[in-house]
Design a protein around this ligand. Structure first.
Ligand code: ADP
Ligand code: MN
Ligand code: MN
Ligand code: MN
Length: 360
């Protein structure tokens, strides 16, 4: 194997008594809108809700979120999870970021998402996001690929088993269990079409919970990968050529779509989505559509970035209706356009704005 497993000596220390104190790791999205940061606070009780945890701050000039002369950025706790690394009473705490004047930072896309989800709450919007990602070695080469060359062409890797077919399963197993332990609504995992590419799904989640759970699942993935000396990339097209890219297919339904006769509502939603294709493409990667240009080529199970298409069971369409939903006459739709590195707060916000008719 190309990558060496990092041997950790921390285990025995983590068995030491923590004397009734609790470690709460505050986690946030930094100024890139893609990377995450964290730091830990000792608390003298076990918080049961985010509101039990104090607002905190950090040096925003070191994360691309403030200038050095006015560097304090506030952390507002929003979602609390069990810490699968420190275990015990310890927590992972997702936070929103605010400037000194209480305005959200440029990469705090949660605030506006939450307001929209609040407006749409009667429709009970549900999401399930399929997070695809790729494992890289620390030298920037895909994990397990022959150095200076390529593995056999795609075909045998998707959902595969066996040495030479599947790369890095230990990382996926560790992440899956860590997410279950943390309380993330992780729905499943599978090996992807490109070797060393994987997927996990989070959902169904209602409203703002989708972004909260997916971001924390991403954090846990990066943290698990540290223990294996492997790098996680969410780049939507990590390897050029005849290799699949990585998306964040977004499955969506409202209560009306899930009830009998829901298929009509699914087609109405598709009709609305078809009219604002460009607006959605702009929201579906962190570079306003530029990152997805490399991925949405009309090949490798994608639709061309410039054209909106839909179809039942059609994996070359922008939006797919799962075969089972078409047969049941109800269910959900799958928007296949979001890139793997999209911000789920942004994606879920625009979907709800369009489908539930809250102006953009
Ligand atoms: P695919 O066949 O595209 O690979 P997956 O099985 O990977 O689909 O993912 C499907 C996702 O859809 C899961 O995250 C699941 O939680 C989610 N999902 C299931 N039902 C609904 C629903 N009614 N509304 C929204 N999302 C849903
Ligand atoms: Mn999937
Ligand atoms: Mn997939
Ligand atoms: Mn899918």
């Amino acid at each position: 194997m190309s990558s060496t497993t990092v041997k950790s000596n921390v285990g025995s220390y983590l068995e030491l008594d923590q004397k009734g104190l609790v470690q709460v790791m505050y986690v946030w999205i930094d100024g890139t809108g893609q990377n995450m940061r964290c730091k830990t606070k000792t608390m003298d009780f076990e918080p049961q809700a985010p509101s039990d945890c104090p607002i905190w701050n950090f040096d925003g000039s070191s994360t691309g979120q403030a200038t050095g002369a006015n560097s304090d950025v506030y952390l507002h706790p929003v979602a609390l999870f069990q810490d699968p690394f420190r275990r015990g009473p310890n927590k992972l705490l997702l936070c929103e970021t605010y400037h000194y004047d209480h305005k959200p930072t440029a990469t705090n896309l949660r605030k506006s998402c939450k307001a929209v989800m609040e407006k749409a709450k009667e429709e009970h919007p549900w999401f399930g996001i399929e997070q695809e990602y790729t494992l890289f070695d620390t030298d920037g080469h895909p994990y397990g690929w022959p150095k200076g060359g390529y593995p056999e062409p795609q075909g045998k890797y998707y959902c595969s088993v066996g040495t030479g077919n599947v790369y890095g399963r230990d990382i996926v197993e560790a992440h899956y269990r860590a997410c279950l332990y943390a309380g993330i609504k992780i729905a499943g995992t599978n090996a992807e079409v490109m070797p060393s590419q994987w997927e996990f799904q989070v959902g169904p989640c209602e409203g703002i919970e989708m972004g909260d759970h997916l971001w924390m699942a991403r954090f846990i993935l990066h943290r698990v990968a540290e223990d294996f000396g492997v790098v996680i990339t969410l780049d939507p097209k990590p390897i050029n050529g005849d290799w699949n890219g990585a998306g964040a297919h977004t499955n969506f339904s409202t209560l009306a779509m899930r009830e009998d006769g829901g298929l009509t509502h699914i087609y109405e939603a598709i009709e609305k989505l078809s009219k604002v294709h460009d607006l959605h493409i702009k929201a579906y990667d962190p570079k306003g559509g530029k990152d997805n240009l490399r991925r949405l080529t009309g090949r490798h199970e994608t639709a061309d970035i410039n054209t909106f298409t839909h179809g039942v069971a059609h994996r070359g369409a922008s939006v797919r209706i799962p075969r089972q939903c078409a047969e049941d006459g109800k269910g959900y739709l799958e928007d296949r356009r979001p890139a793997a590195n999209a911000d789920p707060y942004k994606v879920t916000e625009v979907v709800v704005r369009t489908v539930c008719e809250i102006s953009h």
